[in-house]
Design a protein. Structure first.
Length: 314
């Protein structure tokens, strides 16, 4: 099989200026009057609006929230000559939950999973960063060393307890793997908790002291009982649900290898040919449900890019 090349996935294309020197208090204070603020519901909802060129995040002038960054605000980064911040909006939980399923370009409240592929690249990066940072703040209220309460620093990129212990946002690396036979077939599997008929590539978290390549070999062996070789890096995608970084690989399995799904973790695993995947992708683009009832990963995920890359390589 020729080397796979995947398209850069949604949530990975935007480029924000995230340099540490942007977080200096004097610079933040000087930039605040021209900054913009994004509000985020507790369940990760963002307010969007439709424009003539597509969907956009709704932002507000920073000065509407005070003369300086209020408590709980986090600096997302800078682009187009201005800073962007995010603030939790506890009054929007119901709106976000009700609006997430539409995924349309008409605007409303929705999460990154829905609007990620619809936003301009830089705005998708803003939303992804906001979801990751605010989610971390909600779960990092206590110091991991002394157990005391922590407080966010001015720009929201760390938390500090009364004893001066500083903690930074956690990021959980996870591999996501396209297992192929170096010919015409790939493995897709489903977890017991997924919606009926949903299949995707295999994935798992990296453990302490383990390399990414080691994670690939272990996870595939554990989940479907197959030993893989020729592990090849494909790309990565931030996945703030709640704090993952998805690192994509392709790996070769023996042709015709028997799949042995791990009970309780993998409900089903199958070999799919390019023609089968091509038909599934075509039906997904047309909004149709296939006779088999099988659905592929959504367009926001790097998993979808991996399946598309395999189909287009043949």
């Amino acid at each position: 099989m020729t080397r796979l090349s995947i398209e850069i996935p949604a949530l990975s294309t935007g480029v924000l200026d995230r340099r540490e020197n942007l977080r200096e208090p004097e610079r933040l204070a000087a930039a605040w009057p021209t900054a913009r603020v994004i509000t985020v519901s507790p369940d990760g909802g963002f307010r969007t609006a439709a424009g003539i060129d597509g969907l956009h995040l709704v932002t507000s002038p920073a000065t509407e929230f005070g003369a300086e960054p209020p408590g709980g605000a986090v600096l997302l980064g800078s682009f187009d000559g201005r800073d962007y911040w995010a603030l939790p909006d506890p009054g929007r939980a119901e709106d976000a939950a009700g609006g997430d399923g539409a995924g349309s370009v008409s605007g409303g409240w929705a999460t990154v999973r829905t609007i990620g592929p619809l936003l301009p690249d830089d705005e998708a990066a803003l939303a992804t960063t906001a979801a990751a940072l605010l989610g971390w703040h909600r779960s990092a209220l206590f110091c991991g060393r002394c157990g005391g309460l922590t407080e966010p620093d001015l720009s929201g990129h760390s938390r500090i307890c009364a004893d001066g212990h500083q903690e930074f946002p956690r990021l959980d690396p996870a591999v996501i793997v396209l297992v192929h036979d170096a010919a015409d077939r790939v493995v897709l599997a489903r977890q017991p908790t997924w919606a009926p008929g949903r299949f995707s590539v295999l994935a798992g978290f990296t453990e302490a002291g383990e390399s990414l390549e080691g994670t690939v070999a272990r996870e595939i062996d554990e989940e479907i009982g197959v030993i893989v070789q020729d592990v090849e890096y494909l790309g990565s995608q931030p996945w703030p649900f709640p704090r993952s970084l998805m690192i994509a690989f392709a790996a070769r399995a023996p042709r015709g290898a028997e799949l042995r799904p791990r009970p309780g973790e993998i409900d089903d695993a199958r070999w799919f040919s390019r023609d089968e995947l091509r038909a599934l992708l075509r039906d997904a683009d047309d909004g149709r449900v296939t006779p088999s009832g099988i659905t592929l990963p959504g367009p926001v995920s790097i998993a979808r890019r991996m399946v598309e890359a395999f189909v287009h390589a043949g």
